[in-house]
Design a protein around this ligand. Structure first.
Ligand code: RTP
Ligand code: MG
Length: 140
């Protein structure tokens, strides 16, 4: 499988509980490398722009308010099959359905406050990486 890059975000529920290092350790243990990272506090407008694809969904307001309620850590992860591997390490959106040993099973509080975001396809990975990082900020 090819070396890929994917976008990852550690969400406010996790940064508030001081879980950043524990979550990054899960990525590294799975063979993903952090090739870019920054801690930010998104404004509501920035969260709305990032999640514009979900604008028509009933949870959009709740999601964007939550994502702007505290610090996030934006990252680019690199590795073989990184997009799918990251989604496997994260686990299902709803922690009640997440497999044992996944980040969401172990750390998520609810379907909304679920500790991590990860891109779901090559196109969204490229868009999401470009939303947060310039080429100069990604060091493989
Ligand atoms: P993500 O985009 O954050 O990696 O998560 P995902 O693909 O597993 O989930 P997605 O369907 O893309 O939804 C994006 C985020 O919206 C929140 N959500 N809340 N209350 C709800 O029913 C609900 N459903 C989704 C979650 O924070 C989810 O990660
Ligand atoms: Mg998604």
């Amino acid at each position: 499988m090819a070396i890929e890059r994917t976008f990852s975000m550690i969400k406010p529920d996790a940064t508030k509980r001081n879980l950043t290092g524990a979550i990054v350790a899960r990525f590294e243990a799975a063979g993903l490398r952090v090739v870019a990272s920054k801690r930010l506090w998104l404004s509501l407008r920035q969260a709305q722009a990032f999640y514009a694809v979900h604008a028509a969904r009933p949870f959009y307001g709740e999601l964007t308010e939550f994502m702007s309620s505290g610090p996030i850590v934006a990252q680019v992860l690199e590795g073989e099959g990184a997009i799918l591997k990251n989604r496997e390490v994260m686990g299902a959106t709803n922690p009640a359905n997440a497999a044992e040993g996944t980040i969401r099973k172990d750390f998520a509080l609810s379907i909304g406050e679920n500790s991590v975001h990860g891109s779901d396809a090559p196109e969204t990975a490229a868009e999401e990486i470009a939303f947060f990082f310039s080429g100069l900020e990604i060091v493989g």
